[in-house]
Design a protein around this ligand. Structure first.
Ligand SMILES: [Zn+2]
Length: 345
């Protein structure tokens, strides 16, 4: 039996992203075969298409990191899951025995293999993955929303909860609202009881962020971000900066922080070599955290928070598989507000 999948055949533009017919995967013992209904595009998919430099991978390879769907087959003695259950798929396959796995930080595993990066991914009608990578999809979420949680909300959750250790009542500045991670950061920071500032060059994205709960919006095309934050906070600055823009905002990110404040970054879409401004870092005793994705324990935590606060990931647009190129174009142009979804149902 065959299935449709989005396959990366080289590096460049959309010409290396092909919808192909491939054999349906066979399930090995200990794995769960999932009929994928939705998967979403992430920045790393664009990076894999454009260059993939620094990520060990083979070509051709099925793209995609996150997915939600239905269990089609699992071991007869599988204790947590049953055939027909709605589930989501965690993209990281870890070794379970390196120093980092043993101390409970699987996301730092020295041989971590991520779907869509180091092994075949989720832009396919079926995936077969280790049973531990498959979690129940919270009730009330669509397949598209469920898929959206697994990379963006998980990344934002680790950044806020376990890196910045955000507390209720604190202030957070989120750069570049509109992308999946920054919107997830907004939703989770509000659920955690923080006061949230967001920036964007687009007034329409700020209006939509406000409707999602942003307390303060800064139109970075016409307003100075640092001056606005300082004016809003009585000259104090914010407790936490949350960013994945990198070089273009790094100086502002450091200057917007209160003394002893925390900056957490998970990306560098505008460049990764900003001025370090070390004197500011040590004199004001700033803390800088790098973060990427999250581990399975954090995903279980996140799903509890999502259910408790009824968080609904924001979907920008849903594309059928044969329009995957249009989805990549929208991501590359940074036009989206929320997630770009592939419908694989
Ligand atoms: Zn490991």
């Amino acid at each position: 039996m065959t299935m449709q999948a989005v396959v990366l055949t080289g590096h460049g533009g959309n010409e290396v992203v092909e919808v192909q017919r491939l054999p349906k995967p066979t399930r090995a013992p200990g794995e769960v075969l999932v009929r994928v209904h939705a998967a979403t595009l992430n920045q790393v998919d664009l990076y894999m298409r454009n260059s993939g430099a620094g990520i060990t991978h083979r070509l051709p390879q099925i793209m995609g990191l996150d997915a939600a769907g239905v269990v089609e087959a699992c071991d007869a003695d599988e204790p947590r899951l049953r055939v027909g259950q709605r589930v989501l798929v965690y993209p990281g396959v870890t070794c379970g025995r390196c120093e980092f796995c043993l101390r409970g930080e699987g996301v730092l595993c020295t041989s971590m293999r991520l779907m869509g990066e180091h092994r075949d991914g989720t832009f396919a009608q079926w995936v077969s993955v280790p049973a531990q990578n498959v979690l129940p999809l919270p009730d009330g979420l669509s397949f598209a929303q469920g898929a959206a949680l697994v990379v963006n909300h998980l990344t934002a959750w680790r950044m806020l909860a376990n890196k910045a250790r955000l507390r209720a009542g604190e202030s957070v500045l989120i750069f570049g609202v509109g992308g999946g991670v920054s919107l997830a950061g907004l939703q989770l920071a509000k659920a955690m009881g923080a006061q949230v500032w967001v920036t964007s060059r687009h007034a329409d994205k700020l209006a939509r962020a406000q409707a999602l709960g942003a307390d303060h919006v800064i139109h970075s095309a016409s307003q100075d971000v640092v001056k606005t934050v300082m004016a809003d906070t009585g000259g104090r600055g914010v407790d936490v900066v949350f960013e994945n823009v990198g070089e273009a905002v790094w100086g502002d990110a450091l200057r917007a922080l209160v003394r002893g404040g925390r900056l957490v970054t998970c990306g560098a879409t505008s460049g990764d070599q900003p001025s370090a401004d070390l004197r500011r870092v040590f004199i004001r005793q700033l803390q800088i955290f790098g973060s990427t994705l999250g581990d399975l324990t954090e995903l279980h935590e996140l799903l509890r928070v999502v259910e408790q606060h009824q968080i609904q990931p924001v979907i920008d647009a849903v594309y059928p598989l044969d329009q995957v190129h249009a989805a990549f174009e929208r991501l590359a142009a940074a036009q989206q507000f929320g997630k770009l979804v592939l419908d694989l149902s």
